[in-house]
Design a protein around this ligand. Structure first.
Ligand code: BDR
Ligand code: CA
Length: 317
């Protein structure tokens, strides 16, 4: 079993990722924590509760975390991608969960779940990294209880918010730098270069919709999101970034990681929020006198058809 905590800002693709965790028999879902991101914190929290309700998961504790970035506030959200309610303005199609949020905050919930865990836990952050940076800063002793942090974020070759930055990292670069550069916890980064290559097409979405009531609902949640990505891709389809990262967490082996030193640009110029991966290779790095620094496993490739087939098989219900 893989003990899992999801830190999320639902978000249409976050909903797919939570659905994947709920549909994976090898996952022991310990908790879900929420963060600002695609929409504001109140909405991301409400959406997380509703997606869990769709899977009958009244038992999973949910706690809300950061409502803004660590250091510099900024108002940018992604309503034009995910709709005003974060779920293509279709969140009212989902059931309400009877169990509300836990009587604690996201960081405290993660810390206590980790402290109590018998085995190391995988954390899957699929939104801005604010809660995770706060967890590692405030509770350094829990590092040994973390098996891996599997992050959706970053862009090696061109971003989606700016020319260089991907949304999750750009939303809180200082937090991302803490997690990706300053820590030593085993970490996998699933960047948007790869999630885009795993884009699903209309046929895939039709099959999911035909698979059963939950599959149909998931597809209904994509309406605004699918329009956005169909324009971006130039064909009918969508990119379920966070579900690709969740694939690595629940079924390692489909994505291919490359170990790379990373840096996160925290300046205030045009490359703010950029993830810089040093792809020169060890020999070239050493020749230039670089000590390389800490390396992160970056998912640079995958069996793309196998990922799409896996997602369809697991999400179909
Ligand atoms: C990431 O940003 C959000 O809009 C998505 O939910 C995903 O986590 C993709 O850049
Ligand atoms: Ca997300």
């Amino acid at each position: 079993m893989t003990a899992l905590i999801i830190d999320t800002d639902p978000g249409v693709d976050d909903a797919f990722a939570i659905a994947l965790a709920c549909s994976s028999p090898e996952v022991d879902l310990l908790g879900v924590t929420t963060v600002f991101g695609n929409v504001g914190l109140a909405m991301t929290t409400r959406n997380a509760l509703r997606v869990l309700a769709l899977y009958g998961r009244e038992d999973v504790p949910v706690a809300a975390g950061a409502d803004r970035p660590l250091v510099y506030p900024h108002p940018h959200r992604a309503r034009h991608v995910h709709g005003d309610d974060g779920l293509s303005d279709r969140s009212n199609l989902l059931p309400e969960r009877r169990t509300g949020v836990a009587g604690t905050d996201a960081v405290s919930l993660m810390a206590s779940l980790l402290e109590q865990a018998a085995e190391p836990v995988t954390i899957v952050p699929i939104g801005p990294l604010t809660n995770i940076a706060l967890l590692l800063a405030a509770h350094p002793a829990v590092r040994t209880k973390i098996a891996r942090i599997v992050i959706m974020g970053g862009a090696l070759d061109g971003g989606n918010v700016t020319a260089t930055a991907e949304f999750n990292i750009w939303s809180d670069p200082e937090a991302a730098r803490r997690v990706l550069v300053e820590e030593e916890v085993p970490t996998v980064l699933v960047p948007m270069d790869l999630t885009h290559r795993c884009a699903v097409d209309a046929e895939w979405l039709d099959k999911l919709a035909a698979s059963g009531p939950r599959g149909r609902l998931l597809v209904e949640l994509t309406s605004t999101y699918r329009e956005h990505y169909s324009r971006a891709l130039g064909r009918d389809g969508t990119v379920i970034h966070d579900a690709v990262a969740m694939t690595e967490a629940v079924h390692p082996g489909l994505l291919t990681p490359t170990s790379l030193p990373l840096e996160v640009e925290c300046g205030h110029g045009p490359s703010r929020g950029m993830v810089i991966a040093d792809r020169r290779g060890t020999a070239a790095r050493e020749r230039s006198g670089s000590d390389g620094g800490r390396e992160v496993a970056v998912a640079t490739d995958a069996d793309l058809d196998a990922v799409r087939a896996f997602l369809l098989a697991r999400l179909g219900s």
